[in-house]
Design a binder for this molecule. Sequence first.
Ligand code: ATP
Length: 399
Amino acid sequence: MAEIRVENLHKTFGDYVAVRDSNFTVADGEFFVMLGPSGCGKTTTLRMIAGLELPTSGSIRLGGEDVPFNRAAARDIAFVFQLFALYPHMNVRRNIGFPLKCQNMPAAEIRTRVEETARFLRIDHLLDQPVSRLAGGDRQRVALGRAIVRRPMAFLMDEPLGTLDTEFRDLMVRELRELHLRIRATTVYVTHDQLEAMAMADKIAVMSRGVIEQFGPPQEIYDRPATMFVADFIGSPPMNFLDFRGSLEPGQAAVQVNGATVAVPAAREARREADLVLGARPEHVRFDDASKLRGTVFGTEYLGTTQIVTVSTAHGQVKARLPADVRAVAGETVGLSFRGERLSLFDKASGRAIRTALTDGAHPPSRSGGGGPPQAVEGASLGGAPGVGSNPAAGGAHG
Ligand code: ATP
């Protein structure tokens, strides 16, 4: 059992709070991703789980055991910095077996474990080859083999694909996910790349300035962002924000934005007159001649089956993801409307989502398919994906 339970975890460096009262649980066998911009406290959190950094306060339980003060070596976890770094002077067998040799495991046992691991990764025919002669994908598999051969209780990975080029990153994301589905080892993975996170995670914690802004399955975070920070950080292009002034009553299912009536998910809380923000994902914006909300087409980005059309409005630029055959000519005036049931409402002062039928889990139209997280759309590679999670046909059991 390798559940990781983090409670009220806090870390300061002098006066600086790097991690502020973090709480989350990674279930046994889950692939958990900590996602956020540089400096938000991801690595510090991971290092505390690994035992490389002491918490200022709070608890970390690994497989039910309280561990903050255990030495790193006493924890049955594998900490992976860069998956692709191999020892060039060793062959495949010695590269994979190296961590076991460091543990002084008897040679016969190392041999069995290495061969088992290589069969599992379908590289057993390469065991006696020098790694320098391997093709890229096989090198990655050797690197994975070296990480999994120890059979640790949990993997902790800190931006392991950070320096790979797009093509290899793409390949490794698929391999890592596939491997995870086969071995189901509890994994904590740190990245600032939302596409990696969305493609691999069972659960994501989005962090900003030491605080977990939202914790949940990728699709939930994409569809029901808890804060404007999350809505902006996840999605490419990110969510559009339209400021307006207004009040809300429970049950109210429309707001007035610059003279236009916009249908929204029914409010579940009241708001006195305040600065509010309407949040619309680009794929929920469409052209509508009848709409009073108007703007001028600023430019288009052609993506094959879709295009991103940027429209300048009184609320700033709004990006719409539209079918590629929709006519959008720079300089022309267009009306815009939204898929009301998919919109978010935020309180501008706090940046927090206002409770609505959407946030309360009146699920958006179901996505077909099974258990995996939503994938990048249109078969795009991770490097150049036009968006994340915007494919209504993408899988996701948690929607
Ligand atoms: P990155 O992706 O850039 O590593 P991160 O989200 O992993 O970012 P952390 O490395 O956890 O961020 O750092 C969080 C904050 O704590 C940063 O502002 C960093 O400068 C600070 N910090 C981290 N380690 C130390 C340290 N040993 N002493 C002082 N400050 C530190």
